[in-house]
Design a protein. Sequence first.
Length: 298
Amino acid sequence: MMVTTFSSLSVGYLAASRLEDQDELQVHSCFQHSLNLRHPDGYLLSILHHDSQNLPDAIRIRVPGHWDWRYRAQVGQRATFALGLLHGEGWSIALAPAACWCPIRWREASPAPTMQSALSHYATLAWQLEQYCRQHRIESDLQLLPGLAANAVSPGRPPRRVQLGITDPLHLLTAEVSALIGYGRGLTPDGDDYLLGYLAALWLWRQHPTIAAHNATLRSLIGSQLSRTNDISRHYLARALEGHFSQPICDLMLLLSAEAAATQIQAAALQVMQFGASSGVDCLAGLLHGLRTLESTL
């Protein structure tokens, strides 16, 4: 069999630390520009097109324009990692000398930056989200901002208003998380993406005295209900619970926690929103909701 060999451009920090010699993986799902492999630890390892964004559990490779994983791999096929090479049926990826992507400055920020720095950019982000939704006619089953009437996917059904507040009692938080996980359309449903953005906004301040209990409760509720969504979305949410996010989210949060110009914030937010058809927009909406929660503690 003819084997196509690729060189990797970057390897996510979790992917780099998880792959061990003689690991056997299995093809989980195939898309035009990405291939998901199930790792022995149960998590997914993604092979991504060179134009894709860095993810903690992903390897980015340069592929020819005609390459389509839907016709190059099949669910259930085996892949093996040995001597720095990831081998599949008809393809092989050399990990060296790819750069390891690791957003260490954001994940290990200590002490946590002041909330005021992040909150000062809220208006810029909200305006940009609203403009992007209108320009691109984004559809979501969620109300993305207070007062923003985005087009719902189902005609005649208004978008769902998300209610997550730091003073909400346990039974209300439980009901809201239950309603959001797996809710909406898409490979990663609207509700899951929204929760992921919300978790990202709270991450740097998760040990803040006013935030800690709310964050811990929310993470426990989400973690206990991951089985209610699909495998891919479950993977991203499980990683978010551990503080692992995509490069665009990490880049935006790093800027929000530092002195950054509005143009930098706008460029970073655009990168977040360009993920998927509506996933990035749902995520940014959740992040903005998280900022509103932070503001309520001041």
